[in-house]
Design a protein around this ligand. Structure first.
Ligand code: ZN
Length: 259
């Protein structure tokens, strides 16, 4: 049997039968891989399960799984956790942000489509959630996923007239298609939802940060500090844009936007 040993992060899981789990992994070498963890939920007499009682969402591990790219479902044999993200799990906000990033990857990519740089970025970002730069690194990570998937809307130019908007005072969100609308064009909108230009400028800076193989980014000193309330309209806009371009509605978006 072709087995692959790889570092992987658990993006989704479902209970399957009384003893097993189906798990969507994001693996460093293969990208998304759906696996069945047989016996994951079964305990022995000492109270130990084959996978520690089950594979947890957003845990990162050294995994061993079958490696057939023509199969919808592979089989996982080993899962040795290397990062359980204690800092992220200390707050509900942290968990919601982690699951939001996981859903972006799960929805925007296909199985066996490797993205090693994105893998490094997700791993690094999950490790930073819970720290002082949580909102900035998650926004940078989300932008990176959308960019790699080719669904990042332009945020520096008006979606109607193409004028640059980052230095404008009044910028709105185009609620129909996603993207932003400048002050000159916003009278054409049926609904006006203003977006803070400082947030757009911060997002545009995050977009341009150099990417490294290990996924780390260096946040510029002059970037506006972001908090949950401030980033919400931008996530709402990105979610709308994804729905418009892919037809997929993000289930985790509501929790991230309602903070
Ligand atoms: Zn315009």
């Amino acid at each position: 049997m072709a087995m692959l040993s790889d570092r992987a992060i658990c993006l989704r899981h479902f209970e399957y039968s009384e003893t097993s789990q189906i798990v969507l992994l994001f693996s460093r070498l293969r990208g998304l891989v759906k696996v069945i963890a047989k016996g994951a939920r079964r305990m022995n007499r000492a109270g130990e399960g084959k996978f520690g009682g089950g594979i947890d969402l957003l845990d990162e591990a050294d995994a061993l799984f079958t490696d057939y790219d023509d199969r919808e479902l592979n089989t996982i044999a080993e899962w040795r956790v290397v990062a359980a993200r204690a800092a992220m799990r200390r707050s509900l906000r942290g968990v919601h942000l982690g699951l939001f990033l996981a859903e972006l990857l799960a929805e925007l990519f296909e199985q066996f489509d490797p993205h090693a740089v994105l893998y490094g970025r997700l791993s690094w970002t999950l490790g930073k959630i819970g720290g002082p730069e949580t909102e900035s690194v998650v926004l940078a990570g989300a932008i990176d996923v959308l960019r790699e998937a080719g669904v990042m809307p332009r945020i520096a130019f008006c979606s109607t007239c193409d004028r640059p908007v980052l230095e404008q005072k009044d910028v709105s969100i185009n609620t129909e298609g996603g993207g932003v609308v400048c002050g000159h064009c916003e009278s054409n909108l049926s609904q006006r939802h203003r977006i803070d230009a400082r947030l757009l400028r911060a997002a545009a800076r995050l977009w341009k940060l150099p990417r490294t193989d290990d996924g780390a980014i260096e946040l510029p000193d002059d970037i506006a500090p972001l908090d949950a309330r401030m980033v919400a309209p931008l996530y709402a806009m990105l979610g709308r844009h994804i729905e418009h371009t892919t037809g997929r509605r993000l289930r985790t978006l509501r929790r991230v936007v309602e903070a």
